[in-house]
Ligand binder design. Structure first.
Ligand code: C2E
Ligand code: CA
Ligand code: CA
Ligand code: CA
Length: 282
């Protein structure tokens, strides 16, 4: 049996012990994994529901160990955040994204949205580094979207001020800010008010469970989120769209953009190029 993740384990629990050993091993390997080339950035297309065009793509990190084992990001990102490796890994992701963006933006005007951890934003030089990276790659700020979650504000007041200043600096250069997993946190509305934001990503739980069942109560939640987003002048992206019904209902509700297995799974940048070439063929 597992304990709830607290540190106060009074009795020796072999399962907890094994998990901690496994975690410590992953943390140790993570530090070499960047140089060893074990990470790869995959891209999931984000579709304009009105036209069916690919409007953007989300960068999603993939880690394959030398023995071929794939470690899912939900498993290693939290460990990287605890152990500090997220700074190195996050910087690598941004470099890779800027490299891939050169072609994606110049050939197809496809923007890339990238997940940025709260730890990265607490570095007061984060925005400056990112802007110089874009500059070096000759990619305009407009081509990049930074995705953050509310954890950026679950922090000290001083940190919150740093985070807000970073986001403002990025926006002044055309980089857009998206709030990820909207609707799942404790203070979604509060941080939407506090932070400079352009895009709202409605969490997949709203799409998946609620729309297919088709209950009026369920639809009311989605409609409320879309209305809020619109009245704030934001663009909405629906996540985890898995069925045709979901896509149609979202479109009927005037949701702008959507991503999910129904359209395409995340894949290597080459897959995205293949898809984009197919789309642009007359
Ligand atoms: P997220 O940012 O909410 O990303 C969306 C997740 O939903 C991705 O999982 C994606 O593969 C998955 N997904 C896409 N379409 C569907 C669908 O139709 N149905 C369902 N059920 N899921 C779908 P993934 O790639 O395993 O990433 C998990 C999480 O890891 C991400 O959640 C994000 O929080 C984090 N993550 C991934 N890459 C990075 C990164 O480069 N940096 C940071 N800081 N976090 C990352
Ligand atoms: Ca995301
Ligand atoms: Ca999300
Ligand atoms: Ca998530």
């Amino acid at each position: 049996a597992r304990t709830g993740g607290g540190d106060q384990v009074a009795v020796f629990d072999p399962a907890v012990h094994a998990e901690r050993l496994a975690n410590a091993e992953l943390v140790a390997q993570m530090h070499h994994a960047v140089e060893a080339g074990e990470f790869e950035v995959h891209y999931q297309p984000i579709i304009d529901l009105a036209t069916g065009d690919v409007a953007a793509a989300e960068a999603l990190l993939r880690w394959t160990r030398p023995d071929g084992t794939r470690i899912p990001p939900d498993r290693f990102i939290p460990l990287a955040e605890q152990g500090g490796a997220i700074t190195t890994i996050g910087a690598w992701v941004l470099r890779q994204v800027c490299t891939d963006l050169r072609r994606l933006w110049s050939e197809h005007q496809v923007a890339v949205t990238v997940n940025v951890s709260a730890h990265q934003l607490r570095d007061p030089l984060f925005a400056a580094h990112l802007l110089s990276l874009l500059d070096t790659s000759a990619v305009p700020g407009r081509a990049l979207i930074v995705e953050i979650t509310e954890t950026v504000l679950v922090t000290s007041v001083a940190d919150a001020a740093t985070v807000t200043a970073q986001l403002q600096q990025l926006r002044e250069h055309g980089v857009r800010i998206a709030i990820d997993d909207f609707g799942t946190g404790y203070s979604s509305l509060a941080y939407l008010r506090e932070l400079p934001v352009d895009i709202l990503k409605m969490d997949g739980s709203f799409t998946a469970h609620q729309i297919d069942n088709g209950g009026t109560r369920e639809i009311a939640f989605i409609r409320a989120i879309l209305d809020l987003s619109r009245s704030l002048g934001l663009v909405t992206i629906a996540e985890a769209v898995e069925t045709d019904t979901q896509a149609h209902r979202l479109r009927a509700l005037d949701c702008n953009l959507a991503q999910g297995y129904h359209f395409a799974k995340p894949g290597p940048v080459a897959d995205l190029h293949t898809l984009l070439h197919k789309h642009s063929r007359p």
